[in-house]
Design a protein around this ligand. Structure first.
Ligand code: SF4
Length: 149
């Protein structure tokens, strides 16, 4: 990996502008993670209301079949390269409202958009969301490149 590539990856992984879709109970944990106590902004993650300015989509909570096309449209309107973190069991797999229990809930956001990092839990704690963000940063940077001496 060339030095310019390393700089680009470092810049990209350290300035993830996120567009959040906080739904259901997991949404509270996402708000909490970005609040003053856990302060994910110190990792370079800045909130963007306009998806056209964001490169990270954080999906949490139950996603219904009716909401699915809108979520996909929102994803497509984001900048490239774009990344997705799925937060909590409901976004990951439908969770307690999944296909075994309800016909109207999506069995995971991966069925409509590509997911880079899954954060497990019902709900996941803010530390787990923070860990998910760090995992995405390492994925973008390349684990080996970051720790190469
Ligand atoms: S995963 Fe659990 S906490 Fe999160 S939205 Fe679903 S039921 Fe609520």
């Amino acid at each position: 990996m060339s030095n310019i590539d390393r700089v680009l990856r470092w810049a990209r992984s350290s300035s993830l502008w996120y567009c959040s879709l906080p739904g259901s109970c997991c949404g509270d944990e996402v708000f909490h993670a970005f609040g003053s106590r856990y302060d994910l902004e110190r990792f370079g993650a800045v909130s963007q209301m306009d998806p056209g300015q964001a490169d990270l989509l954080m999906v949490s909570g139950v996603v219904t079949m009716k909401a699915a096309p809108h979520l996909r449209a929102l994803y497509k309107s984001m900048l490239e390269p774009r990344y997705v973190i799925s937060v909590g069991s409901c976004a990951n797999s439908g969770g307690a409202f999944g296909p075994n229990f309800s016909y109207s809930v999506l069995p995971g956001v991966h069925t409509i958009i590509p997911v880079d990092v899954y954060v497990p839990g019902c709900p996941p704690r803010p530390e787990a969301i923070m860990n998910g963000l760090i995992a995405l940063q390492e994925k973008i940077f390349g684990y080996q490149a970051r720790y190469q001496t």
